[in-house]
Design a protein around this ligand. Structure first.
Ligand code: PLP
Length: 488
């Protein structure tokens, strides 16, 4: 069994195994005709159930053959130009190379003595990101597993900074008196974080959005004032720079003003919109982000990085101390005075992947402009898609895109019952998924079912967008036709 351990003796076995795996995936990528095969849960479950994990195959080729059957053949492929559903991007090759290197070397980024250069590379990328944001000289941050964790950590810091001092009516209210303000279309991880942080049921105040799905700052000002008047503490405002559903960007400068006025922590959730940090044309859409106290970025959404690759950034490095614990075995206090860089001092995680390497390889190979150019392309594709939709009488489209998302609904002229239109849209999404011809997402707007394209693939063309709209209309019409037959 030792032949399976990766070491000096097995370097050749490693090379052959990984090459064989890479060949399989490469062949798959070259021949995938649809983003999905349309396989059903019922069809796939018995194939996986039939495998006895206590009966190993011992042979790489046999294991890869089996993997073909249980996974590769029927996976959902994000690189396909007709995958238009969630915030998943096709990945760039330098990052995939980085992934192969980082898992083989297997550094753990919690301490210097488990990573050495990895720690310094991560730190340099954090510095690079904070400089792109414009957070200033005292900024810092750390890589995380994703936007959910970044938001949680940012709100932990905000909570610790906002905790009421002794005495006064705020202290009496305790954690229950803390309030977070986020738009009604902010990410659900804000609410989840509030729960994990022990805040009260009413901790997250939903601020209404305007017609473009951007936070209404007049309403925010009103809620902040009310919070103060009620003797509660405005712990944080979460501004979303790229909402998950619409790609809308909250008015960051106005929100920054209000945060300053009320002494409130400003967190910018740029999990999606962070791609604009590299943009050659549209960087100004996130102007004001430099005034944040903390920022969430998901490189695995708009920097074309494989999952996971994310970070939380802070204006004031000292606030990261709220996540610091010293363990004798790992990162004893004396190491701080010895100036040994232990990233665990800043992280919610302990053992942690060297995900930063993927971004490093990407920037060293393509440069930030290379990433920005790709992201600009998908933003422009969304703009063209919006024009298509706006001119198409079959569809109602919600907002002009600020990033690369389109939310729309099939609205047949002959049908007036909104519930029936809901069912037609739901059916079309399902039927499309089952056909595997394209994958689209869905969401609710004003209580009604809508469909969604999240365009993150520069290989997707307006012709693809147009073709998928025809497919959707075809499925919806088929549903409505059958529905008429059922009624008669
Ligand atoms: C995707 C997303 C998140 C969550 O990020 P994960 O990486 O999926 O954990 C948070 N906020 C916004 C706005 C997002 O789009």
């Amino acid at each position: 069994m030792r032949s399976h351990l990766l070491n000096d003796l097995t370097a050749e076995h490693y090379r052959r195994s990984v090459t064989e795996g890479v060949e399989r995936v490469a062949a798959k990528l070259a021949t995938t005709e649809r983003p999905f095969t349309g396989v059903t849960v019922d069809a796939l479950t018995p194939r996986i159930d039939a495998i006895d994990l206590d009966q190993p195959l011992h042979d790489t080729t046999a294991v890869l053959d089996e993997l073909e059957d249980v996974y590769l053949r029927d996976a959902v492929y994000f690189h396909h130009p007709r995958y238009l559903a969630h915030l998943n991007c096709p990945v760039v090759i330098p990052a995939v190379l980085g992934e192969a290197v980082l898992s083989a070397v297997n550094s753990s980024l919690d301490t210097w003595d488990q990573s050495a250069g990895g720690t310094l590379i991560e730190r340099k990328l954090i510095e690079w990101t904070t400089a792109r944001i414009g957070l200033g000289e005292a900024a810092d941050g750390v890589f995380t597993s994703g936007g959910t964790q970044s938001n949680l950590q940012a709100l932990l810091l905000a909570r610790e900074e906002a905790k009421p001092g002794p005495g006064g009516r705020e202290e009496a209210a305790g954690l229950a008196g803390l309030r977070i303000f986020a738009s009604e279309v902010s990410h659900f991880s804000v609410k989840k974080s509030a729960k994990l942080l022990g805040l009260g049921q009413d901790a997250v105040v939903a601020i209404p959005v305007d017609h473009d799905k951007r936070m209404q700052t007049v309403a925010l000002a009103h809620e902040l004032e009310r919070c103060r008047r009620d003797g509660l503490i405005p712990m944080a405002v979460v501004a979303t720079a790229g909402t998950t559903d619409f790609g809308s960007i909250d008015p960051l400068p106005e929100i920054a003003e209000l945060c300053e006025q009320y002494g409130t922590w400003m967190h910018v959730d740029a999990a999606y919109g962070c791609g604009l940090l590299a943009s050659l044309k549209y960087r100004d859409r996130i102007d004001g982000i430099e005034r944040a106290d903390s920022v969430t970025v998901d490189y695995h959404k708009s920097f074309f990085q494989p999952v996971s690759s994310s970070a939380v950034l802070v204006r004031d490095a000292s606030t990261l101390r709220h996540a610091t614990y010293h363990a004798e075995y790992l990162n004893p206090r004396r190491m701080v005075t010895e100036r040994i860089p232990n990233q665990v001092d800043k992280s919610l995680q302990t053992t942690r992947r060297f995900d930063a390497l993927k971004l490093w390889m990407t920037l060293r190979t393509m440069g930030a402009d290379g990433i920005g150019e790709l992201f600009d392309e998908v933003c422009e594709l969304a703009q063209e898609g919006w024009q298509l939709l706006a001119a198409d009488p079959r569809y109602d489209v919600v907002v002009e895109p600020s990033l690369s998302t389109l939310v729309f609904r099939y609205i047949p002229a002959a049908v007036t019952d909104p519930a029936e239109i809901d069912r037609a849209n739901l059916y079309a999404r399902k039927a499309l998924f089952a056909s595997g011809d394209a994958v689209v997402a869905g969401t609710k707007v004003g209580g009604r079912h809508y469909l969604k394209f999240t365009l993150l693939n520069p290989e997707t063309t307006t012709a693809d967008v147009s073709a998928v709209l025809d497919l959707i209309a075809g499925h919806a019409e088929q549903y409505l036709g059958e529905s008429l037959d059922r009624a008669s």
